[in-house]
Structure formats: structure tokens, C-alpha cells
Design a protein around this ligand. Structure first.
Ligand code: BGC
Length: 810
């Protein structure tokens, strides 16, 4: 195991049981209590996979926003993920954070999963190896990573209660495999147990998975924490191997667990073991004994971060089609840039992965910086169904005149608890504010920029009194769904259209619900001011786009998804682009000499216009430097050498696993281990529009002389010569797939290797295949057995472009 040696931990024998148990529930939303008697300092946690948000759920510290997980993974490069892990540890150090709640290594089972943007891939080897690199990069700096969410947590529908029904072989060979790899090759120090049940047992009570597999078979000595509010019980969770309940200070352990120990239902040794694991973690991250020192690190808007984040984002961008070398665009090309995502580029997904970045570079800004006057920018059709919080440039604090809004937190008797000037238009209230008293109401004041026709309003579950100019109204806003998270992740909103010549004053007060035993956090939630230009008629938008396209040499249309589709808590119901974006692409393609489409989404979308456009560049959710990275990729300043990490279905429903809707509370993983390309290759769904592993880059490659190398003890290695036959330097990724002899075993990625070559250059590429993909789980025997001899090794650039097939002896 690549884990760090275990630090010695102090004895907890003299601590009363009550105190031991108390330490095993968070002290706040993201911190643990210190215990001077043990030399234990305060441990601080933060989300998440694409930026270290800090101790506040929203409206917190300004931090760097990284490219999303699928974009990073598309580089198929462990060095990229190791660098990301190291940089996230720096971001953590800037805030004295000990544990970063990532990476997410659930798999892309169905393309409808709302949280796929946070997770690397549909493939367990790629996910596991990239996660291990991320963990090593991060923990090498003394900041813990957290593998999440254990296990079978691939979709969001009914997420707090769904029972994922997964047979043991599928669990072992597919969904546990990334955890196994990241634990054994990465040595992760913490793991998060998921919200869902697995085969009828809560993930937080999984004696089989946590005690049996993770801590038992894998011999792992780290700490298992619950997902936030996921723990339902005291004794079953503690006995199941859960070590820490998050968040706190309330929760189902406390006195209930103390009583369970006293009644003999939970051995006290189990409590001691959980605490020993917590102390071991504290030792690893420097929170035991003498307080660690924290390095000084680059600011989120420093030149270093700008360079790193641009390069990392562009590395994963993927050329899906490119007729007649349309891309890269020559410098000075007259470009019409069209689309809402061009002017408001989406750089991150929704939910706990969101951060508060210093700035976000749109594609319009990024391309403008390289093309200057040769660029014309045209906004596109509406892409959302729900309003979003006002952007800072559209609102002003009425007292200070700063961009942003004035937020006042009030106690029940009207006293001011806190006042924030020039604050973001969105804020979490009553959840993680460091106030001695409960927030009973929150007041927002803003001057809304004009002139023009604007949509103005408020968002958040509360009773609102709203004044927009002279118009006063009252609103009782309530979430549609139930369950924790709805008021944070899908807050209700009300808006109206107003005409203003500037200086419109908005004054809104939200009265929060009182706490009850069922809802101890009362009316806590997300609250915001909404202000944006009123939507324009669609025909007018399309007409303007066509006119711009006609006047340019190349039209670049940026389309995509928003945080309405790619988010925690909600799944998609279609892969179609929202709004009239398909119509926009078709209108532009009909008018333009050449059309390039940039897809600004982390996961598959349908492209019914594929045959009508000249090139498609997939750009993921590219982080704060997104626009610069897209521009660098479009102009070829950096090759977008990405390869897809997930297959793109040709139509809705056309994937090996599709539905994410539980039936009677159960979600059957009936397709077994044949998700994604494994299922397409077996004919479980019509051929995908783009295969996992596909990506053209900007040059062409010839492969020759593929041969198996003698296995020196372990699994086979394979060698192939690759030649860059194009006119530009490029990076090639050689993917090795095993097609086993057994009919019931799907084809699977067993290894990959990459090489960067100048035009005309050749190199021999050796791919070592991973032992862990050459075995199958024998359910009857309860153990692993090696696959039967025979079958073949396939060398490919995705299974849609097979370059060599090598039979295996047997
Ligand atoms: C998410 C976790 C996250 C936690 C803390 C939960 O809603 O599922 O991934 O780390 O919140 O924000």
C-alpha cells in the first residue's frame, strides 16, 4: 500500500466515554472539536473536487476555481491530476484546511446522473489511477484527500433514501475498484460513506463494505466519515465501521451512542478504534501535538494560478470532429462568436462543488484577447429555466456604492447581527455563519443597474417582503421537493419584469422559519437577489446570430448545459441541449461559411446538427480561466489533446444503463459491469455518437508493429510504434483493452500510455496492463479468480478506432 507510515497516536484510555463519543461528531458544519488532553487541534474540512471552498457553504472566501473532474480526466494523464492535487493542497494551506473532500470517484453509470461532472469517468481503471495520482499530489503536502462517495452512488434521484441494488461481482469488479486503486496506489487517508443504501443497508452502516472490504481485506487504516447528514443511526452505524458523523454539533450519535455502548450494543473498543483513526488522521495532517506550519502560497488570481489553470483546462479539451482541418483557427481569422455560453461561460457545476472564484473569463473575453477586432460577439438564446443570482456588475451596494449587494443578518427582535457591504448576491444563511445567535431574518439592499428592461426578484425558502422601486409585494416561497438540500440546491424564486432608466432600488427581507425538532436548522438555506436583462424574443436572437455568421469567415457557436442540469441533488431527464440551442446551431450553420461548435458541458449532450457543422470542440466546465483555455485550444496555441472519459450516446435512452429513477425505492444496477463502452461493445445499446477514448487532437497518427511483450511475472505488456504523420506537434494516447475469452466478461480498459511527438517523429510506446483488470469475482467462492487464458488485447484510440488486435495464448 502506498500509504504513509502510521503516526503514533496518544492513548485515549483516560478520556470519559461521553467525551470520546462527542469527538466523533463534527463541532460545526466543517470543523471537528479540539481536545487539549490529547494534544488534538481543531481539524478543518472543505469541499471539494474543483476548488477548496473553505468553511462556508456559499458566499465564503475567494478561492481558485479549477477545471471540472471530467475535463481534468480527459487529459488521460496522471501528472495532470498529481499537479491538481498539489495545487489544491496549496489552496487548502492558504485557509489552514486539513482535509479536502475529494476526489469523487463514483462512475458514470447513466449519462443522466446530475453529479457526473464531479466524477472522472465511466471507467474504473481510469478513475482509480487518476484519483490515486490526485491523492498522492495532495497528501504529499500534508493535506488529506477524501474518496467519495462509498459506494454505488451514481445518481441523485431520491438520493437520501435510494437503495442501489448491485450484485457482489459488479460491486467488486466495477464500483469498488476505483476505491481499491485509490486506497492501495494513492494511500488516501479518508473516505466518505454515501447517502444511499446498498443492497438494503445504509452506506453509513455497511459492515460488509466498510469493515469487511475496506478496513478488512484492504487493510486500510484511515477514517470513514459520513456524507453530510447521511448518518441515520447510532449503534448500526458505529458497528458498521463509520468513524465520524458529519456535520455537527447535532447528530444521531452523542448520548444515543453512549447509551448503546453502556447497554453492550457497541463495544467500547469500537469507539476507541474510531477515535484512534481520527487521531491518526490528525497526526498525518499536522493537527496533533505542535501546530503545523502552513506554507505561503500563490493567490487565486496570481500569475502562477492563471498559467496553471489555463494549461490544465486546455489539456483536457477534446476535438470530436474536424472536417478539412477547420481547427485550429489561423491567427487573424474573422470570427463571429455566438451563444449565451460564449458571454456567460459556465465554469463549474452546481451544489457542494461550487466555489467563489476571483473572476471567470468568458470565451468572449478569452477569444477577444487573441483576436482583437477580428472578433464579433453575439449573445444567444436563453439556456435556463430558472433565474440566477445577480452578477456583481449588475447590482450595487446602496450605502458604499461597491459592486454587489448589502446583506444584513437580523435576530428575532430585529437587532443587527452582521452587516456585509458589497457582498455576493447569493449567500447561505443560518447554516454556517459564525454567530452566537440564530439568524431570524436577512435583508438584501441593492441598486440595480440600468437602463433597460430587467428581470428582478429574490430567491430562497422564506416569507419575503419585497420592494422594487415603489412596488411592494409579499411572497411565501417554498421548495417543491423534500429532503435535506432542496432549500440549498434548488431554492424557489419570484421575479417580475421592470423598465428602468437606472438607479432602481431593491429592498427585500426574508423571514426564516423557526427551528423545530424535525428541522433543527430552521429556515437555513440559500438566499439571493436576482437581476438580469429581460429575455429577448427568440426570433430576434436567431436573426442576429445568422447575420453575424454571414459576415464572418468562421462562426463559433458555444452551447452547453448549466448548473440546472449538472448539479448535485438533481438528475437530468434528457441529454438534449436546453432551450433552443440546437436551433441556434442550425441557423448559424446554414448561414456561415464554416461553423465550429464549442460544447461547454462536463457530460454527454446530443448533437442532432453534427452533420451540418465543420468541427466540434468539447470544452468541459473549464474553471476560472475557461475563456483563455478555449481560445488557446481554438487557435492551437495549446493542442486540445483530450480523449473522452465517457461515451456520448447517439440518442436519449441509447446507453447500456439509462434510467436513474428508483422503482419502489430501489435502483437496480441490472446491466452489471457492462456500463459505458463495455456495454456498447457488447451491443447493449446502439453505437454511441462518440466512444469513450475518442479524441482527434490536431495531428494524425500511424501505428505499426504492435506486439505483446513477455510478461515478467505480472500481467502482459504491449508495445506499438506510433508516428506523428501530421504537420503539428501532438500528444497520442495508446489505449489497451482486454477482450476476455469468457462470454460473460465485458471488454475493459487494462492500461494506457501517452507520448508527445513533433511532426514526422516516431516512438515505441509500451503499455503495462493492470493486474486488477485480469481477474473476476467468484461469488460462490467469495474470492478473486484470474480470467481464463485466451481472448485478445485491442489497441485503440477508443473502440471506434481500433488500430491493432493481438490474440492472447490459450
Ligand atoms: C455532498 C458531499 C459534500 C458534502 C459537504 C454533500 O451534500 O454529497 O459530496 O462533500 O455535502 O458539503
Amino acid at each position: 500500500m502506498a500509504s504513509t507510515p502510521s503516526p503514533s497516536v496518544p492513548s485515549t484510555a483516560r478520556l470519559p466515554l461521553e467525551r470520546k463519543v462527542e469527538l466523533l461528531t463534527g463541532a460545526t458544519a466543517f470543523t471537528l472539536a479540539p481536545e487539549p488532553a490529547l494534544g488534538l487541534g481543531e481539524l478543518r474540512f472543505s469541499d471539494g473536487p474543483t476548488g477548496v471552498r473553505g468553511l462556508k457553504f456559499s458566499g465564503g472566501r475567494v478561492v481558485a476555481l479549477f477545471p471540472n473532474a471530467t475535463l481534468l480526466a480527459s487529459a488521460w494523464d496522471e501528472a495532470v491530476l498529481a499537479e491538481v492535487g498539489r495545487l489544491l493542497a496549496e489552496e487548502a494551506a492558504a485557509q489552514q484546511i486539513h482535509v479536502v473532500l475529494g476526489p469523487t470517484i463514483n462512475l458514470h453509470r447513466s449519462p443522466l446522473g446530475g453529479r457526473l461532472f464531479e466524477a472522472f469517468s465511466e471507467d474504473p481503471l481510469l478513475s482509480g489511477r487518476l484519483a490515486a495520482a490526485y491523492v498522492r499530489g495532495m497528501q504529499g503536502s500534508g493535506v488529506a484527500a477524501c474518496l467519495k462517495h462509498l459506494v454505488a452512488n451514481e445518481s441523485e434521484t431520491e438520493r437520501n433514501t435510494v437503495d442501489s441494488v448491485v450484485d457482489e461481482a459488479t460491486l467488486r469488479e466495477l464500483y469498488l475498484l476505483p476505491f481499491e486503486i485509490a486506497v492501495s496506489d494513492g494511500g488516501a487517508w479518508t473516505v466518505m460513506a454515501a447517502y444511499n443504501d446498498v443492497n438494503g443497508v445504509a452506506a453509513t452502516e455497511q459492515d460488509h463494505v466498510i469493515n469487511g472490504v475496506l478496513k478488512g481485506e484492504w487493510g486500510w487504516d484511515g477514517l470513514v466519515m459520513s456524507d453530510w447528514f447521511a448518518t441515520k443511526t447510532a449503534a448500526p452505524a458505529a458497528n458498521g465501521g463509520l468513524d465520524l458523523v458529519m456535520p455537527g454539533p447535532l447528530g444521531p450519535w452523542g448520548q444515543a451512542l453512549v447509551d448503546a455502548v453502556r447497554r453492550g450494543e457497541v463495544p467500547e473498543a469500537r469507539v476507541d478504534d474510531a477515535l484512534a483513526r481520527l487521531l491518526r488522521l490528525a497526526g498525518r495532517v499536522g493537527a496533533l501535538g505542535e501546530e503545523r506550519s502552513w506554507p505561503s502560497v500563490p493567490a487565486p488570481d496570481s500569475p502562477e494560478r492563471r498559467e496553471q489553470l489555463t494549461r490544465l483546462a486546455a489539456a483536457g479539451m477534446t476535438v470530436l470532429t474536424n472536417t478539412d482541418g477547420t481547427l485550429p483557427l489561423a491567427a487573424g481569422t474573422r470570427v463571429a462568436l455566438i451563444g449565451r455560453h460564449a458571454v456567460e461561460t459556465i465554469d463549474m457545476g452546481g451544489g457542494s462543488a461550487q466555489v467563489n472564484p476571483p473572476y471567470q473569463v468568458s470565451v468572449a473575453d478569452g477569444l477577444g484577447a487573441l483576436l482583437g477586432d477580428a472578433l464579433t460577439v453575439v449573445d444567444g438564446v436563453e439556456v435556463r429555466t430558472r433565474p440566477v443570482p445577480a452578477r456583481p456588475e449588475l447590482v450595487q451596494d446602496p450605502v458604499t456604492g461597491q459592486p454587489g449587494v448589502r446583506v444584513t443578518l437580523l435576530a428575532a427582535d430585529g437587532r443587527v447581527l452582521e452587516e456585509r457591504a458589497g457582498a455576493p448576491a447569493v449567500t447561505a444563511v443560518g447554516f454556517d455563519d459564525d454567530l452566537p445567535e440564530r439568524v431570524a431574518a436577512v435583508r438584501f439592499q441593492a441598486v440595480v443597474a440600468g437602463p433597460g428592461r430587467l428581470e428582478v426578484g429574490v430567491m430562497g425558502q422564506a416569507d419575503w417582503e419585497l420592494a422594487v422601486g415603489d412596488a411592494r409585494s409579499a411572497h411565501q416561497l417554498r421548495v417543491a421537493g423534500t429532503g435535506f438540500g432542496e432549500e440549498m440546491l434548488r431554492p424557489p424564486a419570484t421575479t417580475s419584469l421592470v423598465e428602468t432608466d437606472g438607479g432602481l432600488v431593491l429592498d427585500a427581507t426574508a423571514r426564516l422559519a423557526e427551528p423545530t425538532p424535525e428541522r433543527p436548522l430552521g429556515g437555513a438555506g440559500i438566499f439571493a437577489v436576482i437581476a438580469r436583462p429581460a429575455p429577448r424574443p427568440q426570433a430576434e436572437v436567431l436573426e442576429q446570430a445568422a447575420a453575424a455568421a454571414r459576415g464572418a469567415e468562421v462562426a463559433v457557436v458555444v452551447v452547453g448545459l448549466t448548473e440546472e442540469q449538472e448539479t448535485e441533488a438533481v438528475d437530468k431527464d434528457t441529454l438534449a441541449l436546453p432551450g433552443a440551442q440546437d436551433e441556434l446551431v442550425r441557423t448559424v450553420a446554414a448561414a456561415a461559411r464554416r461553423t465550429v461548435v464549442v460544447v461547454n458541458a462536463a457530460t454527454p449532450v446530443l448533437m442532432p446538427w453534427l452533420g451540418e457543422v465543420d468541427a466540434v470542440l468539447w470544452a468541459g466546465l473549464p474553471g476560472q480561466e475557461g475563456g483563455h483555455a478555449v481560445a488557446a485550444a481554438l487557435l492551437g496555441d495549446q493542442e486540445p489533446a483530450g480523449r473522452l472519459v465517457t461515451s456520448f450516446p447517439a440518442a436519449d435512452g441509447a446507453s447500456p444503463a439509462w434510467s436513474v429513477t428508483p422503482v419502489d425505492g430501489k435502483l437496480e444496477y441490472a446491466e452489471g459491469t457492462a456500463i459505458g463502452y463495455r456495454g456498447y461493445a457488447a451491443g447493449a445499446a446502439p453505437e454511441p455518437a462518440f466512444w469513450f477514448g475518442h479524441g482527434l487532437g490536431y495531428t494524425t497518427w500511424e501505428w505499426s508493429g504492435a506486439e505483446l511483450l513477455a510478461a515478467d511475472g505480472g500481467s502482459p505488456r504491449v508495445r506499438v510504434h506510433v508516428t506523428n504523420t501530421g504537420s503539428r506537434p501532438g500528444r497520442e494516447v495508446v489505449q489497451a483493452y482486454l477482450r476476455p475469452a469468457e462470454d460473460d466478461q465485458p471488454v475493459r480498459l487494462v492500461g494506457w500510455a501517452s507520448v508527445a511527438l513533433a511532426p514526422g517523429e516516431s516512438a515505441a510506446v509500451v503499455v503495462a496492463t493492470d493486474e486488477r483488470l485480469w481477474r473476476r469475482w467468484d461469488t460462490a467462492a467469495g474470492g478473486w479468480s484470474r480470467l481464463a487464458d485466451g481472448g485478445e488485447l485491442v489497441l485503440a484510440r477508443g473502440l471506434g478506432d481500433v488500430r491493432a488486435t493481438l490474440p492472447l495464448g490459450g
